[in-house]
Design a protein around this ligand. Sequence first.
Ligand code: C2E
Ligand code: MG
Ligand code: MG
Length: 504
Amino acid sequence: MGKRLRFFSGVVLLACCAGMLIGLLLGQLYIAKTGRQQLRHYTHALLVRGMAVAEEQRYILEAVQSLSTPLCSDADLNQLRFLLVRAVYIADIGRVLNGKSICSAARGAIDVSSQLPPPDTRITADRIMQGQTLVVTDPLAFSYFYKSSQGYSGLLAARNLQSIYQSFGYSDAIRANHGRREHPWWATAHFEYECDDRSDICAYSQLQVPSIFQAPPAILAGLLFISMAIGGSACAALLLAIEKYRSLNRQLFKAVKRKQIEVHYQPLMCLRRGKFTAVEALARWKNRRGEYVSPEIFIKMAEDMGIIGLITRQITRQALRDMYCFMQADSEFYVSINVSVSDLLSAAYHDFLDNEIRKLNLDPRQVMLEITERSTSEHGGLAKAIGTLRNKGFKIALDDFGTGYSNLDYLSSLTVDAIKIDKIFTNAIGTDSINAKMVDLLFDLIQFLQLAIIVEGIETAGQAEYVAAHCPDAIGQGWYYSYPLRVDELAEKMPHIRPACCRI
Ligand code: C2E
Ligand code: MG
Ligand code: MG
């Protein structure tokens, strides 16, 4: 096994383990989160039920005490039964004499009366006695809250826990953790409480949550497998992407070193004359598999790798040679070359350009340089570099105007010859968008500044007509007129310019 493959497998294995750990962690977080929600729900429901029971007990006690019927008479028992039938949480209502139960709504007169515990005025106990009245709470009133098998424990008590009205499950831990509301994700016991401020009654609760390792084996195995697979495949995908990028980097580097970057030319249409009068040189590169890679990708890559200067020189040299005959044949014809800001700021590139122009005996006015970099830069140095080039006769255009950093800020600080309106505006022609409205504004602004306008991305007859009608002095560029072409295809597109010489 190669060293690289071993490293790759090792990293993926590590990612699988990390994926499993993260899966377990997320699983535990999920258990804690759902436990917390369920415990809140349980606590709230317990308090609400406790308050409802207390309210009903209070109502019945008051109603029975207001009765004037003789104790345990038929009329008295009828009244008690009437109240019992309407009660929801009460099992029985009885009469008490000298601490002994003598009759009740459910059992009628009691022959052998039982001795009752001492009078108790607490309202949510199982049985409440007040004066000559006894109210027995239905055991089913709180049955829902006996869920100790599911890990729940609860207490219905006074805020200070002095009086306990109802308790469910193992309440010792609740007493020990009185007043705690805790749900750390790693803990196995969660605590919660909720109080009613008017009555000072609180519901305290605890939930014993299982750890992720106590989950059913099938679920645990599934979780481990899925998280391992996600971790491993995400890592493998990332490594492959990095590998691909690095490989593309290496391929580009080799192609630049071997001067394999090609140049295609897109003709630019002078709308007033209805003829192609210039071309834009566009870099083209085929990867190892012979597929063209978009310049949007490899130009950015070259900028990051610091080899954009080499590409600019290759394109410049090639374009001047390829276009030499057209430039000789028509003194109005020019070639437009994309340069990055770093090229413009480089004295070496200036010397290179001067040299090439001198060697071929070309007129610098037939060369336009398009600024393409989409990042902020020091405008002072750029303005100076542009001034130097313009003084020598080169034309300067602001490319992709209206996007990124090619905007009004550039326009206000740099003196240029032409503006290339980005294709996002051209695409908007004929639509209701803001960009469509911007097109006219840009035409007015650029004409006011007396700069040449090149409209990029004209794809339809409608767009071409619109530009011709609203800005007849513009230069049009786009697939509607011509796609970028190889140099040998150009002469056919531009028959009005007859190169008299052969290629250099
Ligand atoms: P750009 O300078 O704005 O070039 C115009 C782009 O628009 C070209 O894309 C061209 O093929 C495309 N285009 C032309 N007509 C149409 C049309 O009607 N519709 C649409 N949708 N697109 C159209 P390409 O060749 O892919 O180049 C993309 C960008 O890469 C260029 O945009 C430029 O910023 C950069 N680039 C290309 N060659 C070079 C180069 O030699 N040096 C530098 N620094 N950048 C370059
Ligand atoms: Mg351009
Ligand atoms: Mg552009």
